[in-house]
Design a protein around this ligand. Structure first.
Ligand code: SF4
Length: 282
């Protein structure tokens, strides 16, 4: 039995830095506030809550002088403006690659182009990107792109974790709709790398395990990419979800994990698979 863990499985650098900053802030100030979970992973959220992190719905719930952490996937302009007007300590964990998307969108919007964002409706990163433009349009699928009116000048960016296949399909439609189309490929390089690795690994393995929360869009996309290449693909949130029958007669096992999955969870699931396989051999 051979187990291969995708080289860059798990935390991307943006999430790793944000989680680290959250723990450091909780330690330094005794607590830290966040507008939503720092990552879509139950284990990390629980550990952070134990360390003193508090999730709030609005900045108004944060006491005077307390620290608030702005998460890796960026924060809407209105929230920044509101926070600056309050007596709270802002800890900015925005990933620099998300910041680049914000800057690009602001520039092109000021240049008078219609901004089109390829991304998931309502996702916090997309909301933050959209807040940089005057009248942004969010498109999640080629079908939605087909509903758009014809336009003269538009600039297109994508949410950092989109699949290249979806972006390409949408761009193909937009080319029939927009006369002067400016496209910047803002899928971030950790996402590109993870997607390429899982496509290869899924094709080479007898069985694929993707570790990640079902609340993580990023983990679900990895599962989709693996599932398209290997019907024996399972997404699990931890080792307790592994089923021994999946591993019966299997030789090559591939493992990957979403950008919000911590290293220790990957190690635990790997150990769980080794245990199951050892019992099957006996
Ligand atoms: S997925 Fe990419 S853009 Fe998003 S936080 Fe991670 S590195 Fe940054």
């Amino acid at each position: 039995m051979e187990i291969t863990v995708a080289k860059d499985a798990g935390y991307c650098f943006g999430v790793r830095d944000a989680v680290k900053l959250a723990f450091e802030a909780a330690e330094e100030y005794g607590n830290v506030y966040m507008l939503g979970d720092v990552v879509h992973n139950e284990r990390v959220v629980e550990n952070l809550a134990d360390a003193g992190a508090k999730v709030v719905d609005s900045l108004d719930e944060i006491p005077d002088g307390a620290p608030v952490l702005f998460r890796a996937h960026g924060t809407a302009t209105e929230v920044w403006d509101q926070a600056r007007g309050k007596n709270i300590r802002i800890i900015d964990a925005t990933c620099p690659l998300v910041q680049d998307i914000h800057d690009e969108v602001r520039r092109t919007s000021e240049d008078g182009r219609q901004v089109i964002i390829i991304g998931d409706h309502g996702h916090d990163e997309v909301v933050g990107i959209a807040s940089q433009a005057r009248t942004p349009i969010v498109v999640a699928t080629p079908d939605e792109a087909r509903q758009l009116r014809k336009m003269k000048r538009a600039a297109v960016v994508s949410q950092s974790t989109q699949m290249i296949e979806n972006v390409q399909a949408i761009i193909n439609v937009l080319m029939t709709k927009v006369y002067d189309l400016h496209f910047v490929n803002t899928i971030c390089f950790p996402t590109k790398r993870n997607h390429e690795q899982i496509k290869r690994l899924a094709a080479e393995s007898d069985l694929m395990i993707v570790i990640g929360s079902f609340t993580s869009a990023n983990s679900k996309r990895l599962t989709q990419l693996a599932g398209e290449r290997n019907a024996d693909t399972y997404q699990v949130t931890g080792k307790d979800a592994l089923k021994p029958e999946w591993f019966d007669g299997v030789n090559k096992i591939g493992i990957s994990a979403g950008a919000s999955t911590p290293d220790e969870l990957i190690a635990e699931v790997r150990a769980g698979i080794e245990e199951i396989c050892a019992e099957l051999v006996v």
